[in-house]
Write a protein that binds this ligand. Structure first.
Ligand code: URA
Length: 207
């Protein structure tokens, strides 16, 4: 199932940046980047926004940049595969971002996060994940609002909490800065993925 946000013009700043990028980087994707593995699965990962030379270039979240390589390597080492690459014995996931267009300096404005919430809500309603991993505070706040507008839960690395039937997990964002400063290590990330795989195991089998 697909939702076309290619023609989304909700955010003036991001749309004008998309146009500039189309001139400066004509081989890049330069459009809103939707979920990879956009189909029903138990586990959804939500990041911040496409990186200029990563997701914005390839059209796939967490693809082609440092954050993506770190994240995908950790996921692979802990037995997780993209839904579209699934084979038996692997936990599967879909991956997306709170904001679908590349934001200058990787910092979306609050108004842009607000505008993009409808796309995240739509993705969550299609994927229907039992478990969501939020990478960083922007993803956390967007996911909480997308799942239930009226509750206040503070972001805390390693924390998990329920919204209805769903369990939400928080991790620091795997940005280059967080990795190089060791704010987030692969061991810290492994601990969170272990918690998630234990929860997924409780609701298997399905596939
Ligand atoms: N790439 C993405 O798609 N999202 C991020 O948050 C970081 C890198």
């Amino acid at each position: 199932m697909a939702v076309s946000v290619n023609d989304c013009v909700d955010c003036e700043r991001l749309v004008s940046r998309r146009k500039e990028n189309a001139i400066n980087f004509p081989t890049y994707y330069n459009r809103p980047v939707l979920a990879d593995g956009y189909e029903k699965t138990k586990f959804l990962i939500v990041g911040l926004a496409p990186g200029l030379h990563g997701a914005n270039a390839t059209g796939l979240p967490f693809d082609g940049d440092f954050a993506g390589r770190f994240l995908k390597q950790c996921l692979k080492e802990n037995g997780f595969k993209l839904q579209k690459e699934r084979n038996s014995g692997a936990f599967t996931y879909c991956i997306t971002n709170a904001v679908k267009c590349f934001p200058p300096s990787n910092r979306p404005l609050q108004s842009e996060i607000n505008n993009c919430l409808r796309h995240l809500k739509k993705e969550i309603s299609v994927v229907q994940p039992n478990f969501i991993l939020c990478l960083g505070v922007v993803a956390h706040n967007a996911v909480v609002r997308a799942c239930k507008e009226d509750i206040l839960v503070k972001f805390q690395h390693g924390n998990s909490f329920r919204i209805g039937q769903r369990i939400i997990f928080d991790s620091y964002h795997p940005s280059k800065r967080n990795i190089l400063t060791k704010r987030l290590t692969s061991e810290m990330f492994r601990i969170i993925l272990k918690k998630i795989s234990k929860e997924i195991e409780k609701v298997l089998p399905e596939e």
